[in-house]
Design a protein around this ligand. Structure first.
Ligand code: CA
Length: 526
């Protein structure tokens, strides 16, 4: 309590005097961000199929607060990143999809605000927003998606060659920046991993880490999608149909050094040979792919966990633990075989939910859990409040600071609006929007060849394999959620049909692209 009161009194004063003076005691912020990291692979969530131990990540939860329902607003990489920076939904920040969106960096975003108020700001790792980072004193990023081994990177606009495993390099660069920072200022460091994004390439030291374990299967690995919208069954993200030879490591990665390649082949070589001999089909093939996928994906998470440990240790060595807020999270969740899928995009729980834990000594009591619906759209507001800065009125989320302090505001949200756009490539997931509550989800698959409503009831059906929309006994809740959806659309101001570009560059079946998009597509091809 004392610390909080002190902060309230001192922060406005500090800003009046000189925000960049050595007396600026505002908390530092370390934002550790993953790409496609899902709760099922983090042992702090205790609900995984005993897939992996993540001791370093778990320690952040033990020493801070674990959020059980941190939800995304549009389950895909670039849009989530844009939402975090701006505190706004895709239709407000203009970044709808990964196909043709580019972040308009002239718009307000929290790093700029922190920087202007005297924070030293750094962005290291995966950025993936098309335009260069703005609002950072230092940036060192992967171009685009980046690669897992020996990645080219861009340091303050200049291309640099790097040797090593990307997750380790991002850890190294983050620690190096921390040690060389300007010690007279508070800082905000964004340390953003590529891992465990597709194609889930492990560090060479982790090849075979699981001793060829056979992994427990999710109950819905062979989901038949019975009684569901064709939007759900007609996908292109199944382990049975979409998993490529590159995903399966049946092809050799391109940018390994000769020595690295020897090590890579030592693990995958004999196992791939065995696979080819076996001529697997049907469920056996899916099972083989699932186990290969788990070995690789979880190995990527293992490297992230180790690097979280290294970064936390560096904070300790620098004497920064007490006055630094550490946030650990991901841009969305991911399917680990549930519904037969990999990837994300859907409103279903596995891809909707991001892991989130926050360690903030003196403010967050150790070992807390929060079940409230929070979202990536709340992060910018949270960082601004931590830095004692005003939150712009047009931001659409809400600061998590009261929750972190153990006080839940009475009017905290009971529902969240969701909207996914990108179609048809990749993965043919139909655009859908919906409303999410603690128990229910009302979903509308609305384009281009479907017009289907689904009601999910997580209490009655935690696996989310039943559509209750037409079931007797659900009509009241359906009516209520229709109203709630309308209310949320009004609140976030998305009552109109999204612009065509929201769905990406590719035409739907039988559709002529508008001339501008055709031009963009041709340009991209050249
Ligand atoms: Ca992602």
């Amino acid at each position: 309590m004392t610390i909080r009161v002190l902060a309230v009194i001192t922060l406005p004063l500090l800003m009046l005097v000189s925000v960049s003076s050595a007396s600026d005691q505002r908390p530092n912020i370390v934002f550790i961000f993953c790409d496609d990291l899902t709760c099922q692979s983090v042992s702090a969530y205790g609900e995984s199929r005993h897939l992996l131990e993540t001791p370093h990540i778990d320690r952040l939860a033990e020493q801070g607060m674990l959020f059980n329902r941190c939800l995304v607003t549009n389950s895909i990489c670039g849009p989530s990143r844009a939402t975090i920076l701006t505190g706004k939904y895709s239709h407000k920040n203009g970044f709808y999809n990964n196909s043709n969106s580019r972040f308009d960096s002239s718009q307000p975003a929290f790093p700029k605000m922190l920087q202007a108020s005297g924070y030293q700001t750094a962005m290291i790792g995966k950025w993936h927003l098309g335009s260069d980072p703005v609002g950072f004193d230092y940036w060192h990023i992967l171009p685009g998606q980046g690669v897992y081994y020996n990645p080219p990177m861009i340091r303050m606009g200049e291309r640099v060659a790097m040797e090593g495993y990307t997750t380790d390099l991002i850890g190294d660069l983050s620690i190096e920046w921390l040690k060389n920072r300007d010690r007279t200022k508070p800082f905000m460091l964004m340390s953003q991993h590529k891992a465990p994004h597709r194609e889930w390439a492990p560090a060479l030291r982790h090849l075979g880490w699981d001793n060829d374990r056979v992994y427990p299967e999710p109950a819905t690995l062979f989901d038949d999608y019975k009684g569901r919208s064709t939007a759900v069954s007609d996908h292109d993200m199944g382990l049975d149909r979409t998993f490529t030879d590159r995903d399966a490591k049946l092809n050799t990665p391109r940018n390994l050094t000769p020595e690295q390649l020897v090590e890579w082949n030592r693990y995958y070589g004999p196992r791939n040979e065995e696979y080819h001999k076996a001529n697997l089909t049907g469920r056996d093939l899916v099972r083989w792919r699932y186990n290969r996928y788990m070995h690789d994906y979880l190995a990527c998470v293992k490297a992230v966990d180790e690097n979280v440990g290294r970064l936390i240790q560096a904070l300790e060595e620098e004497g920064l633990s007490d006055n630094t807020v550490v946030i650990f999270t991901s841009d969305q969740g991911f399917f680990l075989g549930e519904h037969g899928w990999f990837d994300k995009r859907w409103i279903f729980e596995e891809s909707l939910r991001s892991p989130l834990m926050v360690r903030w000594p003196g403010t967050v009591e150790a070992g807390q859990e929060c079940d409230r619906i929070v979202s990536l759209v709340d992060f910018a507001e949270t960082f601004l409040e931590i830095a004692g800065l005003p939150i712009p009125d047009d931001m659409q989320g809400r600061s998590l600071v009261p929750l972190l302090q153990g006080k839940t505001p009475e009017d905290w949200r009971k529902s969240l609006y969701y909207h996914y756009y990108e179609f048809p490539v990749p993965h043919r997931v139909r655009p859908h929007k919906g409303v999410i509550t603690d128990r229910y989800k009302l979903v509308h698959y609305y384009k281009p060849d479907v017009d289907d409503w689904e009601l999910l009831d997580r209490e009655a059906d935690p696996l989310e394999v039943t559509n209750f929309y037409e079931h007797p006994g659900y009509s009241d809740i359906v009516a209520e959620l229709h109203q709630e959806l309308k209310r949320l659309q009004t609140e976030v101001d998305e009552l109109d049909e999204p612009p065509r570009r929201a769905y990406g560059n590719r035409p739907f079946a039988g559709e002529q692209l508008p001339p501008q998009q055709k031009k963009n597509r041709q340009k991209k091809k050249q």
